[in-house]
Design a protein around this ligand. Structure first.
Ligand code: ADP
Ligand code: MG
Length: 252
């Protein structure tokens, strides 16, 4: 681990909601290029952890260090500009805009550091960003529908659209919160293939996932959360064979 470049270090993070200990002394490191899966039962604190990483939730204790920079005082949009993109558990898209516009907006946000979409489009034109948006829609299999309203997509397609919205930002770190939740097996398999292609490009990813088929298809390393604590971590083989994990999570 020490010779690898650590992109993300969640350092002793704790977070309480009233009396509830959502995260307790969570410490994990994600190396450059790795796909790091976070698994654990419902309510384990996985989404809270992701929200801490993107600045939506401030930890009570501990720090998040991204690319050598401590993120304690950074706003979510600043963290995004530093190179962190995320796919939420519930897709956050612009339902009454076209797929193309949805994918172009985050490109402007990353490039120009502000949400000035209409102003920039009016003044500067949109040539290269439109091409990039079309490329990424092709990448996720939605190019044919590029002019449709995003609100008309199925749930699985909305998740893929959101992924294209992340990829166009060329993030250093991509965080995915249950990217296959609610998808059919067919859509899940398409998403696994897509995520494998992205993995081949070397993008560092943290993926929260319920579906063990997805986790074991993609992850280089796994951290297991239960009741807000990391109870195990390691390679997929190590985690699969860990009795504590089987008991706490796999229900065996
Ligand atoms: P997971 O994603 O692993 O299912 P969460 O991180 O969403 O778990 O939630 C961890 C715990 O924290 C749960 O018990 C949840 O009810 C609680 N929780 C999450 N967000 C809030 C919040 N904003 N206010 C109060 N409790 C919360
Ligand atoms: Mg969650």
């Amino acid at each position: 681990m020490s010779i690898q470049n650590i992109v993300l270090h969640v350092a002793d993070v704790s977070k309480r909601f009233g009396g509830l200990h959502a995260l307790t002394d969570v410490d994990l490191q994600v190396a450059e290029g790795e796909v790091h899966a976070i698994i654990g039962p419902n309510g384990a604190g996985k989404s809270t952890l992701l929200n801490v990483c993107i600045g939506r939730i401030r930890p009570d204790h501990g720090h998040v260090i991204f690319d050598g920079e401590t993120l304690d005082r950074h706003e979510p949009h600043e963290i995004n500009q530093l190179g962190v993109s995320r796919v939420f558990q519930t897709p956050e898209i612009f339902s009454d805009l076209s797929l193309l516009d949805n994918v172009m907006i985050p490109a402007f946000a990353r490039r120009d550091g502000a949400f000035r979409f209409n102003a920039i489009r009016a003044v500067a034109g949109e040539g290269d960003i439109r091409e990039a948006a079309e490329y990424h829609l092709q990448d996720v299999g939605l190019f044919e529908r590029r002019l449709d309203e995003a609100g008309s997509l199925s749930r699985g397609d909305k998740r893929r659209l959101e992924l294209a919205m992340c990829l166009i930002q060329k993030p250093k770190l991509l965080l995915l919160d249950e990217p296959t939740a609610g998808m059919s097996r067919h859509d899940t398999n398409m998403t696994i293939e897509l995520l494998k292609r992205i993995k081949a490009r070397g993008m560092t990813k943290v993926i929260i996932e319920h579906d063990m088929h997805v986790v074991f298809s993609l992850a280089d390393r796994i951290s297991v959360l239960a009741q807000g604590k990391v109870i195990a971590g390691g390679s997929p083989e190590e985690v699969r064979g860990n009795p504590r994990v089987r008991e706490a999570y796999l229900g065996e």
